[in-house]
Design a binder for this molecule. Structure first.
Ligand code: 5GP
Ligand code: ZN
Length: 114
């Protein structure tokens, strides 16, 4: 837990979020400023800033959650595909310094950038 981390505060229920999946290691919730309907963030519950700091087991659980959730997210919003990715480090556009994977639904002809 990092006191001033908004994603740790979401894990602890101090900031509300629309949870879509939770287990002992991982939490997934809807992005507050979605790039598309159903834009979902998947995080390890333990605070780690970047992917290299995540131990193997929670890393595997996070990937398993992304693998499990992606077709569900696609079905719920009737998407044609998804962008899945990590902004890993500030220079790569990571704004929240708690590791998170993005699941971003895409639609034929949406013309959007992830
Ligand atoms: P990054 O640029 O760090 O990869 O993405 C951070 C993401 O977190 C952004 O898509 C942003 O909309 C989302 N976000 C930032 N603050 C909050 C919050 O308090 N709640 C939720 N649900 N999402 C947030
Ligand atoms: Zn955190």
């Amino acid at each position: 837990m990092s006191e001033d981390c908004i994603f740790c505060q979401i894990v602890n229920g101090e900031i509300p979020a629309r949870t879509v999946y939770e287990d002992d290691d991982v939490l997934a919730f809807l992005d507050a400023n979605p790039l598309a309907p159903g834009h979902t963030l998947v995080i390890p519950k333990e605070h780690r800033e970047t992917l290299d700091e995540v131990p193997p087991e929670p890393g595997e659980m996070m990937f398993a959650a992304i693998h499990y959730l992606t077709p569900i997210v696609e079905d719920v919003v009737d998407a044609d595909a998804t962008n899945i990715g990590f902004n890993n480090g500030e220079a790569a556009g990571q704004e929240v310094p708690h590791v998170h994977g993005h699941i971003i639904p895409r639609f034929e002809g949406d013309g959007g950038q992830p």
